[in-house]
Design a protein around this ligand. Structure first.
Ligand code: ZN
Ligand code: ZN
Length: 234
């Protein structure tokens, strides 16, 4: 599915590689006469994001229908039935957030397990609360950050699918990772024993690495026991 048809977009921060699609998204939803797209942005970027959209609209001499919703670390956003987005802060050069998808389902209380349909209906009619909510972390997306994000938010290591940046790979680039506030694979490897996710998706590799170099460094630095859970977005 083309991203323009996704009704809600979450933007982690406003570096161009994460945000320049925003005005395109708005313009094409308008053109296709789709319902207003909801765009969640870090609260500190709200005014500048409005200005960016207005400038683009002025250049195109067009009217734009869109909705920007400010988010801050610690917030929970209901974005779909039984689905919530938890916003967490990341450590980057400009204000930046990550997102965790949490699904909440109703589960039958243990004391009622084994009852038949009629008995359950009777309990409901009597006004008994027979279910309780169970939350599951389905996915976490780190966006851009240093390795500190795992120290600050260890709960993201329990999610089912962890998607994280891993910009730098070569030993020569270790200092640069700290300076530019990105993750170096060497630091991520230290956290692998604690990450319980079924899949760990690595992405956002520096453009200076070829596909072969990325694979080479993954083989070189990630112990074999973790490799089958690692997916590369390259
Ligand atoms: Zn960035
Ligand atoms: Zn980036």
């Amino acid at each position: 599915m083309h991203l323009v048809f996704v009704p809600q977009i979450f933007i982690s921060h406003f570096h161009g590689d994460h945000s320049l699609g925003m005005t395109y998204y708005i313009a094409h939803r308008n053109l296709a006469k789709l319902e207003t797209g909801k765009i969640y942005v870090p609260a500190s970027a709200l005014d500048a994001a409005h200005a960016l959209i207005r400038s683009q609209a002025a250049l195109e001499q067009a009217r734009r229908d869109y909705e920007l919703i400010p988010v801050e670390p610690g917030m929970m956003v209901d974005f779909k039935r039984q689905m919530q987005m938890r916003i967490f802060g990341t450590d980057h050069r400009i204000p930046s957030v990550g997102f965790e998808v949490i699904e909440t389902r109703s589960k039958l209380k243990p004391e009622y397990v084994g009852l038949n349909q009629q008995e359950i209906v009777a309990l409901k009619r009597a006004g008994k609360e027979i279910v309780y909510p169970v939350s599951m972390s389905r996915m976490a997306y780190v966006g851009d950050s240093t390795i500190k994000v795992f120290e600050w938010h260890p709960e993201i290591m329990e999610t089912e699918i962890l998607i994280t940046e891993c910009t730098f790979l070569a030993d020569d680039h270790y200092e640069e990772a700290h300076k530019r506030k990105h993750i170096h694979l060497r630091d991520l490897v230290n956290y692998l024993p604690y990450i319980r996710s079924e899949y760990i998706v690595l992405m956002h590799f520096s453009m200076r690495y070829t596909r072969q170099e990325i694979k080479y460094h993954i083989q070189r630095l990630i112990p074999a026991e973790y490799r089958e859970r690692i997916l590369l977005l390259i």
